[in-house]
Design a protein around this ligand. Structure first.
Ligand SMILES: NC(=O)c1ccc[n+]([C@@H]2O[C@H](COP(=O)([O-])OP(=O)(O)OC[C@H]3O[C@@H](n4cnc5c(N)ncnc54)[C@H](OP(=O)(O)O)[C@@H]3O)[C@@H](O)[C@H]2O)c1
Length: 452
């Protein structure tokens, strides 16, 4: 693409208004209408031509969305936007990996229409085939809003860092989980209480499972990993653990050890493959990512030449997300687009992420044990048998003991162990044996440690 001196417009690109059809008028869709109208002049100047909304689709035609839809064509079937003759670009803001969103995007690409979407589930699960469709049709498929909302993560990884061999990408990719973990740490309240509060404040959905079980972060991580390593990562191979199992006690012990706990997405390039995983991590409290609190997201990227960089900002909400969608529309209007995964989709096959048995980390373990002589010796003997060496240990004495039956007699105490780096397969075997020791009560908690 050659840019001319008048506003960076691709030479030969049209100056006629770019006509868009928006499917989905919820948080992001209504936000996009407001942004395109509120910043009409700025957007037109940067796009080199006006961007106008001609058609929309949603489920409920009568719902007040706080935006004026008069004069726009309404489609009861969102997929009809794909073939509406007054629509140049389809903007998919419905969501979901299947159903109408997938049908709309597929039909639009097959019809040779550019598509802009915020749909992380769709791109994470079907990104490889959609990229091939877009490339065959010679049209862009853009999804800046799908990862970390207002943070330009996609552009940074795919374009800004295109020349480097990236070795790591990830970060705090779910604002709901980060809000919950921050509030648990600050207030000492349990997960269930803080989740209820987040739901009341609108930071968590009525059904919070996609967020708190790590699935939303995994969708974003799979996309980032695909961009960073130049090949889509099979979503089903991403290792995912959420935050339901985090006890307020772990946040306290982490603090005592000089860490904070964050739900991180981590993708690493290794000689033997690619790791892609989402799970809670202890990160040193002085690490920049440990300071990213509340609903904020952070994207961390590392490359051989660029070193490490971190972008922080709002990962959701109508303003930040609409800004990302509009940035894609400006690119389409200017005629500038890059291949979906940063390189030709021709012959691009998915890669499977490495299994968790191949992870190699430091580990935090918290056991609830009967306060009897010899318990520590039994636990450390198992770790020794599996080649796991200990870096530090915290044990609270009888003063903190909690009787299991609420009465007297053989009370339990938490025992916290921090290991040196070890293979997760060894850790899993050792934990199985430790859980079976008669002095150990319940299931031990294990959290990986990341340098941040
Ligand atoms: N919210 C965020 O901050 C955020 C951030 C980044 C990415 N995203 C992504 O952006 C997309 C939209 O999210 P959102 O938060 O805006 O969702 P939302 O508020 O739930 O809005 C979804 C919209 O889709 C419409 N819709 C649902 N099923 C439909 C169907 N079968 N046919 C036509 N329209 C249908 C709904 O119509 P009605 O209004 O009539 O019910 C609604 O307008 C999702 O892919 C999401 O993952 C969201």
């Amino acid at each position: 693409m050659i840019a001319d001196s008048a506003g960076g417009q691709a030479r030969g690109a049209s100056t006629a208004p770019l006509r868009i059809g928006i499917a989905g008028l919820g948080t992001v869709g209504a936000g996009l209408v407001k942004l395109l109208r509120g910043n009409e002049t700025i957007v037109a100047a940067r796009a080199g031509r006006p961007i106008t909304i001609t058609a929309v689709a949603a489920r409920d035609r009568t719902r007040d969305r706080g935006v004026d839809l008069s004069g726009l064509t309404w489609h009861d079937d969102a997929a009809a936007l794909a073939t509406d003759p007054d629509v140049d670009v389809v903007v998919e803001l419905i969501g979901g990996a299947e159903g109408v969103a997938r049908r709309l995007v597929t039909t639009a690409l097959e019809a040779g229409r550019p598509v802009v979407t915020a749909n992380k589930a769709l791109i994470a699960v079907h990104g490889a085939e959609l990229a091939a469709l877009a490339e065959r049709a010679g049209v862009p498929l853009m999804f800046e809003a799908a990862v970390a909302g207002g943070i330009p993560a996609i552009k940074t990884v795919r374009e800004g860092l295109a020349a480097d061999r990236l070795t790591r990408v990830g970060g705090i990719l779910n604002g709901t989980c980060n809000y919950i973990m921050t509030a648990m740490r600050e207030s000492g309240r349990p997960f269930a209480d803080v989740l209820a509060e987040a739901q009341a404040l609108g930071y968590a959905e009525a059904d919070p499972s996609t967020d708190v079980d790590g699935i939303d972060a995994a969708h974003k991580l799979a996309i980032l990993a695909g961009l960073a390593f130049g090949r889509p990562v099979a979503f089903a191979s991403v290792h995912v653990e959420g935050i339901r199992g985090i006890d307020a006690l772990d946040l306290d012990f982490a603090r005592a050890l000089g860490y904070r706990i964050k739900l991180l997405g981590l993708a690493r390039r290794r000689d033997d493959g690619v790791e892609a995983r989402v799970h809670p991590c202890l990160v040193p409290e002085k690490a920049p990512i440990a300071q990213v609190d509340g609903v904020f997201n952070a994207v961390v990227v590392e490359g051989a030449f660029v070193g490490r960089l971190m972008l922080e900002g709002r990962g959701a909400g109508e303003g930040p997300t609409a800004t990302a969608v509009a940035a894609d529309l400006i690119d389409v209007a200017r005629g500038s687009a890059v291949p979906v995964w940063g390189r030709s989709a021709d012959g691009l096959t998915q890669i499977e992420a490495l299994p968790r048995t191949a992870f190699h980390e430091e580990y935090y373990l918290r056991l609830n044990v009967h306060d009897r002589p010899g318990v520590i010796a039994d636990v450390t003997a198992v770790l020794r048998d599996h080649g796991v060496s200990l870096r530090s240990m915290l044990q609270h004495g009888r003063a903190d003991a909690v009787p299991q039956d609420g009465t007297a007699g053989d009370p339990s105490v938490p025992l916290v162990l921090v290991t040196h780096r070890t293979r997760e397969s060894a850790m899993m075997e050792a934990l199985g044996r430790i859980a079976a020791l008669s002095a150990v009560i319940g299931t031990p908690a294990m959290i990986r440690i990341d340098p941040g």
